[in-house]
Design a protein around this ligand. Sequence first.
Ligand code: PMP
Length: 399
Amino acid sequence: MTVRTLPYAGRAAGLVGSVIDSSTALLHRQTHDIVRFAMGSPAAEAVPAEILAGIAAVELSRPDAYDYAATEGDPPLHAALLESLRGTSDETTADRLTITAGGMQGLDLFCKIFVDPGDLVVVESPTYTNGSATALSYGAELLEVPVDVDGLDVDELERLVEATGRLPKAIYTIPTFQNPSGATLSLARRHRLLELARSWGSMVIDDDPYGLLRFEGAQLPTVRELGAGDPLVFAVRTFSKIVAPGLRVGWVDTDPELQPLLINAKQAMDTCTNLPAQRLLTRFLTGGHLDNHLATQRTEYKRRKVAMHEALTRSFGDIARWTDPEGGFFLWVTLENGVDTAALFEVALAEGVAFIPGPAFSPSGRFTDALRLCFASTKPDRIHEGITRLRRAVDLLAK
Ligand code: PMP
């Protein structure tokens, strides 16, 4: 057999892929019953499919819904989004807004515009795999800074950056109900993060897909709002968690100076974001559905988090600790009995439960004793069943 070696671009080596996304395909291939704590998807019953189908019957029967759209986003969606954000910490203006193909495209656009090979980019540790993978795909060098219950540890951030003797080009933070830890960056730390970024001349990527899904505690101002223009904050937002991920619509909110470049960069990627999906979302917003929908989601996700806590206390009280998020989708569990969670994954899958092993959330493969559980997509009784199965898998592996 001839082995072909293709003339790959240097950057191809940085295309590291996503354990999380690959799990979607892996799980679709399984035929036995699995409690799915792996993916960060909204609950199937939380997707407003009937409302969207009703909107589609009207909006998507018009041929112009299938045309190319403006690269910066369909004007009616801009208007509806601006109106929906009014009075929130994400209130903004049209000249700051670019509609994207989900949050991922926002992250990609940032890196495409700002990250040169060898640039230092700070990421949280643990962090969202696809975010760090995006920076790596543009050749960034990543500096992992620990996260604790109050989010990114800003003292460690200062210490670790100073130890490198270099200035970060950007700091990538997921400030609210962080993926994967569920931690929220405290107000004092939000201010300190911005202060440090300002002093270093670093930009801040404020990736906040879960902020609207707070079910406990007091709302905090977004990093974007607190940044107020200096340092440059690049806010990445998405409809994926609050409406549906398959629509692939999100937005970037940043300095208007960037918009021409964002448009050029996006034109070279996909010309425009899927117009039928934008039309569905426009009517979803102008029809006043979002507020009701969020209220229902918050109530339900709280019930599910409580159920997962109860189940963990019952089954893992002796061998693990876990976080207590005030919103969002995820819990982070740390096992204290020496079990390797990558090995656990195989056993757990056979036992009928799926999660994402900790090392997926660290570019250097830390957190071999940890795992991420999504509580949002599973009903409470199934959560109990899934955690029982997970404990069984731990015991089987430890034998
Ligand atoms: N950022 C974070 C922190 C996320 O958790 C996700 C989705 N898992 C994304 C970005 C990507 O969002 P989207 O699906 O809209 O591309």
